[in-house]
Ligand binder design. Structure first.
Ligand code: PHE
Length: 524
């Protein structure tokens, strides 16, 4: 199959918009702020920037370099470099990130629900919360949990999957058309929120929180685990996505430059998003929350509800906030849909529309699990629904472990099995900034070593502190007590399904043999 029949970005700008659109998502707008707050504000940014420069940018160069080198999606790229075991890692990455995308799209469905609410109902005084004892709490909280306890989010989730299918229907051509509108709008809306936030009386105090360093916390490995996971998630690394996107670039592209630009745009956006969130919260003396969903669905909206200017301002900024989340989230989720579609087309030669339809329908069914409205325990606040609990548990494995494991395996495969030198030479041949031998040391020793350390620390924590979720899962009310074992069930399902499917895809069929010297010579 010739390279061109896979499609190609029409310009470098198109590619950068798409890659940064994939990177900039919910992770930037709310997850970062929640993590930064959890680890002490300014205390987070040193580990965060170290993670960005030592792991983020180098792994981004590696993932772009792979796509550039092989002109194929992640599983086939790794197959060409390291045979079947490489391919397995590629499919496993896509399966793990599909789990993330399932709940990511459910969250986007809730964003649509809140956006509908932001048109009016969300800001009204009393909101009925039949199953929940939360009437006395601020409205976004009641509104959100009320919505979750109905089947309505199912409709919104279907809509978000449909939009994903529409945006990727013709591959790079339609993705590029969408990101050309979405990404500039995201920046515009973000700037509107920052200006509003920092000009509020007291708003700048929130800004200080993000810039006051604290060297003490750096001794705590949990902070490093948070920073590493955040960097992988926010830069969409370990998802198998960046390789697919880079495989649609012409051969003479400067990947080092592309990786630096995409990473800096992403982290720049993330930092200024932190300014907007913290300034709005501090202006109204509200305590930020370490929980990402709380931050997104009721803490920030509660701040917006208090903005001066009456209901036109509240409704206006509410809409800006939720539309921003939706645009940022969609331009991320389409990258995963494309990454998997492109891998399936490369290997099984399925027609594009069929691959997309099957994936979106299965995806919708998977995302529906996280909308299950059964209220876990009406008496316990913050406990949410069955869907929310499952989401929390899945997120723990796919996000905190899955992405880092993929990062570890891909650096080991390239560093030790294939030889990072060959990728580096290929990237250097087209890049102005040349990577020296230090890059090989990073990929072979430093990055896998750091990730391994963090993973071991985290696994030890699961054993000594109890498996994640065992403390809150038993809260299920009568009739659902059997769900108390759900932390184990979710761990088992995540592992069994992702490993099983990855093994199946690896062993079904095969790739056409590549021509000798093809990789080294490079196709154009
Ligand atoms: N980078 C995205 C973010 O920060 C994460 C993501 C990418 C999630 C692709 C799903 C699919 O939000």
């Amino acid at each position: 199959m010739s390279t061109n029949s896979r499609g190609q970005w029409s310009s470098r700008v198109g590619f950068i918009l798409a890659a940064s659109g994939s990177a900039i998502g919910l992770g930037n707008i709310v997850f970062f702020s929640a993590n930064a707050y959890k680890f002490g504000g300014g205390a987070f940014y040193l580990p965060y920037f170290i993670a960005l420069f030592v792991i983020g940018i180098p792994v981004m160069i590696l993932e772009f370099g792979l796509g550039h080198f092989t002109r194929r999606a992640f599983p086939e790229s790794l197959h060409r470099l390291a045979g079947k075991k490489g391919e397995f890692v590629g499919w496993w990455a896509l399966m793990n990130s599909s789990f993330i995308t399932l709940y990511y799209i459910t969250i986007l469905g809730w964003v649509v629900g809140m956006l509908v609410g932001a048109l009016g109902g969300l800001w009204k005084d009393a909101f009925p919360t039949p199953n929940f004892a939360v009437d006395s709490l601020p409205n976004p909280y009641g509104y959100f949990f009320h919505m979750l306890s109905t089947w309505r989010p199912l409709l919104f989730v279907a809509l978000v999957w449909f939009l994903n299918g529409v945006i990727v229907r013709k591959g790079v051509a339609t993705i590029e058309a969408a990101v050309k509108v979405f990404v500039p709008l995201m920046w515009l809306f973000m700037i509107v929120l920052i200006v509003r936030g920092v000009t509020l009386p007291g708003g700048v105090h929130g800004v200080w929180l993000l810039f006051t360093p604290d060297f003490d916390v750096m001794k705590n490995p949990a902070v490093w685990q948070g920073a590493f996971s955040q960097i992988f998630f926010t830069l969409t690394l370990g998802f198998g996505v960046m390789t697919a996107y880079a495989s649609y670039l012409p051969k003479n592209s400067d990947q080092t430059n592309n990786a630096i630009l995409t990473s800096l745009m992403n982290c720049g956006f993330e930092y200024i998003a932190g300014l907007a969130v913290f300034s709005i919260l501090f202006a109204f003396a509200m305590v930020p929350q370490a929980s990402t969903l709380a931050m997104m669905f009721f803490i920030v909206p509660k701040g917006i509800a208090q903005l001066p200017g009456g209901s036109p301002a509240v409704i206006g900024f509410g809409i800006v906030f939720f539309v921003l989340l939706l645009l940022a989230g969609l331009s991320s989720s389409v990258s995963l849909v494309e990454g998997l579609t492109c891998s399936l087309i490369d290997k099984f030669r399925v027609p594009r529309m069929r691959a997309i339809t099957i994936f979106c329908v299965l995806g919708f069914l998977g995302s529906s699990l996280f909308t299950l409205p059964y209220v876990v325990n009406p008496g316990i606040q913050n406990d949410g629904t069955l869907g929310l609990t499952l989401l929390d548990l899945t997120d723990h494995w796919a996000f905190s472990y899955g992405l880092l494991i993929v990062g570890l395996l891909e650096t080991l495969l390239i560093g030790w099995v294939y030889g990072v030198r060959r990728i580096r030479d290929d990237v250097n041949a087209y890049s102005r900034l040349r990577l020296g031998a230090w890059y090989d040391v990073l990929v072979r020793f430093v990055i896998p070593g750091l990730i391994l350390f963090i993973l071991i620390y985290a696994v030890v924590g699961e054993f000594t502190g109890g498996l994640y979720g065992t403390s809150f899962a038993p809260n299920f009310a009568e009739g659902w007590r059997w769900m108390a074992g759900s932390p184990w069930v979710v761990l088992f399902l995540w592992l069994a399904v992702s490993v099983g499917l990855a093994a199946l895809f690896t062993h079904l069929g095969g790739y056409p043999p590549h021509r000798p010297g093809e990789l080294e010579g490079g196709e154009s």
